[in-house]
Design a protein around this ligand. Structure first.
Ligand code: G
Ligand code: MN
Length: 392
């Protein structure tokens, strides 16, 4: 226990922090007390429930993985014990899925560990403000307005903010000798602090059923970005497999279609493409519209060669996991050599992704890669390279 409640006259918001890591409890309690909250801490769900049966809290901020009663169970119990309490879960980095599960269980919001204090504070303040608003609604309408957990309000508003602050970074794709710009890949970025990682942004869209909307925004932004491209170079745009089911992509009005001959659509293998019906037909339509098709991240995920046969790509992008330490790894060398050989037979060109050093570059080119992309040459950035960067 960090600070003592000052009796009923004390109207400061009360926060219960639940985490089996004592250091997290300490840090959060210290910080939130300074911000004017009354803070108590407990090391697990069972102890937290015991405390909640005796005292009311405005906010319960809890870890998910804890001994005895874990975070998810605690959440469910809090929702029935005190529906007015704002519940926030803390979860390890990259595990947005767990956070989402928690939101389904009734959590108001989540913060990803390692968290930034300003993010935690903003999440709490936003939640309290929302609750006040809701209280005002209850008073106005004379009957309770209960928010369904499925509304995932926190997640939705966060996603909307991410879409509003969405921007595309450019990363050049160069000839094997690094002297010519072949094209630029546009990569999804957002200034929304909770969804800075593109993968989390996309996962959130997936959960909210907003992938189609996100895909449309990205394609419109890609067209806007096209203006900045040097003459005769290509624009590489990532498609999510779900974009292939969006009728808008195939429609006359599709903004990207106006520049289709300069666009390479990257179809990723990170999600199982095989579940989509009639991939060959969809890809054929895109090709008739003038696009070129690339298979992205080959070697990273699902049935690489099946997709190869279904899509018959003009371009193949080798996943960076194959390129990493390529010069020291004889099995990777054999794989890269066989994929470049196969690509050549099929009339496709090969891009090595994620080249980070000279040795990887030399190995990739020696094994038959036509183009290269990676931090060794340029990181994704807000601006387009007018010409190839000077050799590093
Ligand atoms: O899945 P896709 O290949 O489209 O993802 C590209 C991602 O890889 C981008 O987010 C980009 O920032 C990152 N990236 C690009 N080049 C490099 C590199 O050389 N090394 C690493 N680690 N990441 C890279
Ligand atoms: Mn890509």
């Amino acid at each position: 226990m960090v600070s003592l409640a000052l009796g009923s006259a004390d109207r400061r918001p009360r926060v219960l922090v639940v985490d089996d890591e004592a250091s997290i409890c300490r840090v959060l309690a210290g910080f939130l007390s300074l911000e004017g909250f009354v803070v108590h801490t407990e090391p697990d769900g069972a102890a937290a429930l015991e405390r909640l049966s005796q005292q009311r809290y405005d906010v319960v901020i809890s870890d998910l993985k804890m001994p005895h009663v874990g975070g998810l169970e605690l959440l469910e119990r809090v929702t029935t014990l005190d529906p007015e309490a704002l519940t926030i879960v803390m979860t390890g980095h990259g595990s947005v899925e767990t956070a989402i599960e928690a939101m389904r269980a009734g959590a108001y919001d989540y913060v990803l560990k390692p968290f930034r204090m300003d993010v935690v504070l903003a999440t709490i303040l936003e939640g309290l403000a929302r609750r006040r608003e809701r209280g005002a609604n209850v008073a106005r309408m004379g009957r309770p307005v209960r928010m369904a957990p499925s509304e995932s309000l926190g997640l939705k508003s966060r996603f909307q903010r991410a879409v509003d602050s969405l921007w595309l970074a450019f990363q050049p794709i160069l000839s094997g000798d690094g002297r010519h710009v072949f094209g630029h890949e546009v990569l999804l970025r957002s200034d929304e602090p909770h969804l800075r990682k593109p993968a989390e942004f996309i996962e959130t869209a997936e959960v909210l059923g907003s992938l189609t909307e996100l895909g449309r925004v990205v394609r419109q932004r890609a067209v806007d970005a096209f203006e900045q491209l040097p003459l005769h170079t290509l624009l590489f745009v990532n498609l999510h497999p779900s974009d292939l089911t969006d009728p808008a992509l195939f429609a006359q009005e599709e903004p990207l279609s106006r520049i289709a001959p300069r666009v390479v659509l990257e179809i990723t293998e990170h999600s199982p493409l095989a579940r989509l019906e009639n991939i060959s037909g969809r890809v054929a339509r895109l090709r008739r519209m003038g696009y070129r098709i690339a298979i992205d991240d080959l070697g990273a995920g699902y049935a690489g060669l099946t997709t190869f046969a279904q899509v018959e790509p003009e371009i193949v992008k080798l996943d960076m996991s194959l390129i990493r330490d390529l010069h020291q790894h004889s099995t990777k060398q054999k794989i890269v050599a066989s994929v470049t050989g196969l690509a050549q037979k099929m009339g496709a060109q090969v891009i090595a992704e994620g080249v980070e050093c000279r040795a990887e570059l030399d190995a990739a080119v020696a094994l038959g890669c036509d183009y290269v992309q990676g931090f060794y040459f340029a990181r994704p950035s807000r601006s387009v390279l007018p010409s190839a960067p000077p050799p590093p």
